[in-house]
Write a protein that binds this ligand. Structure first.
Ligand code: 5GP
Ligand code: ZN
Length: 145
């Protein structure tokens, strides 16, 4: 897509600090990192949502994201990493070309996910699971696609 910043990085029209590339994905440093070495893994094909990325490419993104996480630990001395993907504006997606964040983490890096933990009222947990399972059975059955 012409006006997509990540498609322009893939085409070489905008510079990026690339760390990995293959036939399906490209990985480069996030320009405004949570910690130094924060990487974005993107599909070479333009997809706004993670849900439309073909299975082989989505699998590659996850696999390469994990391998980058291991490299960050081994070579840049981090303790751990988060994989994060925002799908949709309400989830915090700003660039509308799907991307997987690989966020290197240190024990005392001063960063915290603002992760709340609600409690289900009576019956709500089972009802929620049933509704979701029904939807998934209708949409994908057991094909995994
Ligand atoms: P989102 O909030 O959509 O999950 O994350 C988008 C990420 O892309 C942000 O972390 C932002 O810093 C990064 N980003 C936005 N524009 C550019 C750019 O032109 N180059 C690079 N390397 N990263 C970018
Ligand atoms: Zn794009």
């Amino acid at each position: 897509m012409d006006n997509c910043i990540f498609c322009r990085i893939i085409k070489g029209e905008i510079p990026a600090a690339k760390v990995y590339e293959d036939d399906l994905v490209l990985a480069f440093l996030d320009i405004a990192p949570i910690n130094y070495g924060h990487v974005l893994v993107i599909p070479k094909e333009h997809h706004e949502s993670s849900s439309t990325i073909p299975e082989a490419t989505a699998g590659r993104m996850f696999r390469i994201g994990s391998r980058i996480g291991i490299a960050l630990k081994r070579k840049l001395d981090y303790d751990a990493f988060n994989l994060h993907l925002a799908d949709g504006t309400a989830a915090g997606q700003v660039v509308m070309h799907a991307h997987l964040h690989v966020v290197p983490r240190g024990v005392e890096d001063g960063f915290h996910w603002n992760w709340r933990q609600l409690q289900y009222p009576d019956g709500k947990l089972a009802e929620t699971a049933a509704t979701l399972a029904e939807r998934l059975a209708a949409d994908i059955g057991q094909s995994g696609k």
